[in-house]
Design a protein around this ligand. Structure first.
Ligand SMILES: Cc1cc2nc3c(=O)[nH]c(=O)nc-3n(C[C@H](O)[C@H](O)[C@H](O)COP(=O)(O)OP(=O)(O)OC[C@H]3O[C@@H](n4cnc5c(N)ncnc54)[C@H](O)[C@@H]3O)c2cc1C
Length: 441
């Protein structure tokens, strides 16, 4: 038991660290957040360039009505300007034809990826997933599990998983994880939403909540050492400062944890997770001087597993007047990374832009290419496991990030692991004099 006014150090100012620090600060803890970079946000950054605001990533939030971000909105006043995706403008490029994505009943009716018999089978599969009649089987990958389906339904389910999990190996997703994920997503009213103002808007809102509630953010402060008393962490060290705390939340990836705990008996806990393969992609954003009119705001080219999102259709604040900002993402698997195939992916993406947005080259004002962006620190395939948020042998240390156990994928893992660790801390807290008891999960 400890007083909610006791000290908590959060190491890492990405989405996990920011959301953990903001929730604790709002509930009365004295938090100090330490971030090694000059800017907050970690991988969730927005970069201004020639009047455009490039986001690192599409900043899409899946199933927003059931998302953990909604809890941050309602509980601690996080400001989110939701921009809902238009399913009627989402298409699949199947090579010889382009067809609506079956993201709604209307899309299912209009799409050509399924014939009429398979439309019924697919709808039944969705129903079974939503009602938990379909749960997968422990130890069986989804590619094998779906062998019982018709080729069209199997192919469509794997295509959908490919885009939600940002992977070109959807068949390697464990089947229980697949059905757990889609039980929630199929039941949502809003499958995909973007954030007005991009990642920067929620990074700023979290930072404001932290500082307004009397807690501290220190950037350019890399944590390089920890101090232990038995199995309790008593302090962490920055460049010159020592920061003492009762509780520490580490929101830094397993590789960094291995380094930080290197001279302690606890390094072995993180090693397994530091060797796992991350989800990596090629990202190619283009800022155009004027909009190219198109029936699509999202197009997924199935053969090469490339998708393009017209970000500025949803968020006008990221472009100068009349401009357009599009983002293309191509998935990479381990072999392609090892063979250095990123340059080929860049060329593929340009050909997809050429096909669906002719004239983009003439209107190009700014572009940003990232050939190896880490979308998720631990890819949820085969036997790769997410890291626990707590270890029994480290009683006052917690862990959060998109490499930790939680709900959903991508940033949802960062938000939900942070939510779970802060709930744990707040549930064990005794309110300081004059404070209300902190809310819990
Ligand atoms: C191209 C791309 C597209 C994406 N698209 C989406 C999307 O559409 N939807 C979605 O939900 N998610 C998306 N994501 C994923 C999302 O960006 C990440 O899941 C999320 O930002 C991870 O946040 P995090 O806090 O868990 O980790 P990180 O962002 O990695 O944060 C870790 C932080 O710790 C800091 N740090 C590390 N070591 C130390 C140290 N020793 N001392 C102090 N600080 C330290 C780092 O500087 C960093 O700020 C995308 C990501 C990318 C790259």
């Amino acid at each position: 038991m400890f007083l909610v006014s006791d000290k908590v150090i959060v190491v890492g100012g990405g989405l996990a660290g920011l959301s953990a620090a903001a929730r604790l600060a709002y509930n009365g803890c004295k938090v100090t957040l330490l971030e090694k970079a000059p800017k907050l946000g970690g991988r969730a950054i927005s970069i201004p360039m020639k009047g455009f605001n490039f986001n690192f990533g599409a900043h899409a939030i899946y199933a927003r009505d059931k998302s953990i971000l909604r809890k941050y909105e309602h509980e601690i006043g996080l400001k989110v300007d939701w921009k809902d995706f238009s399913p009627s403008k989402a298409f699949y490029d199947m090579g010889t034809f382009t067809t609506p994505m079956p993201a709604t009943l209307e899309g299912l009716y209009r799409t050509k990826v399924l014939d009429s018999q398979n439309k019924w089978r697919f709808a039944y599969e969705v129903f079974k997933t939503m009602s938990s009649l379909e749960r997968g089987e422990p130890g069986v990958l989804i590619g094998d599990y779906l062998q019982k389906e018709t080729p069209q339904v199997r192919d469509l389910l794997l295509t959908i998983a490919s885009s939600n999990f940002f992977t070109n190996e959807p068949e390697k997703i464990p089947s229980p994880l697949f059905f757990q994920y889609y039980k929630r997503l199929f039941a949502t009213q809003r499958a995909v939403s973007y954030i007005g103002g991009g990642w920067q808007a929620i990074v700023d809102s979290f930072a404001e909540i932290i500082e307004k509630n009397g807690s501290k953010i220190i950037t350019k402060e890399k944590v390089t050492k920890i101090e232990l008393d038995g199995n309790r962490i008593t302090a962490v060290y920055g460049k010159e400062e020592k920061y003492e705390a009762d509780y520490i939340i580490f929101c830094i990836p397993p590789k960094e944890l291995c380094q930080l705990f290197a001279d302690t008996p606890f390094a072995k806990y993180f090693e397994e997770y530091s060797h796992y393969v991350p989800t990596q992609v090629v990202v190619y954003d283009v800022g155009l001087s004027e909009r190219i009119s198109s029936p699509f705001t999202y197009i997924y080219q199935k053969a090469q597993r490339v998708f393009i999102t017209d970000i500025s259709y949803y968020d006008i604040t990221c472009v100068p007047d009349g401009g357009q900002l599009m983002q293309a993402v191509a998935y990479l698997n381990e072999q392609e990374i090892a063979e250095g195939k990123a340059d080929e992916k860049v060329a593929t993406i340009e050909s997809v832009y050429d096909k669906h947005f002719p004239g983009w080259r003439e209107r190009l004002v700014a572009k940003r290419i990232s050939k190896k962006a880490t979308v998720q620190e631990i890819k949820c395939i085969e036997d790769q496991r997410l890291m626990p948020v707590k270890f029994y042998s480290l009683p006052n240390a917690y862990f959060a990030g998109d490499w930790c156990e939680g709900d959903g994928q991508l940033s949802e893992l960062s938000f939900s692991s942070a939510y779970n660790v802060t709930s744990h801390i707040l549930e064990h807290a005794v309110p300081a004099e004059g404070m209300k008891k902190a809310t819990s999960a």
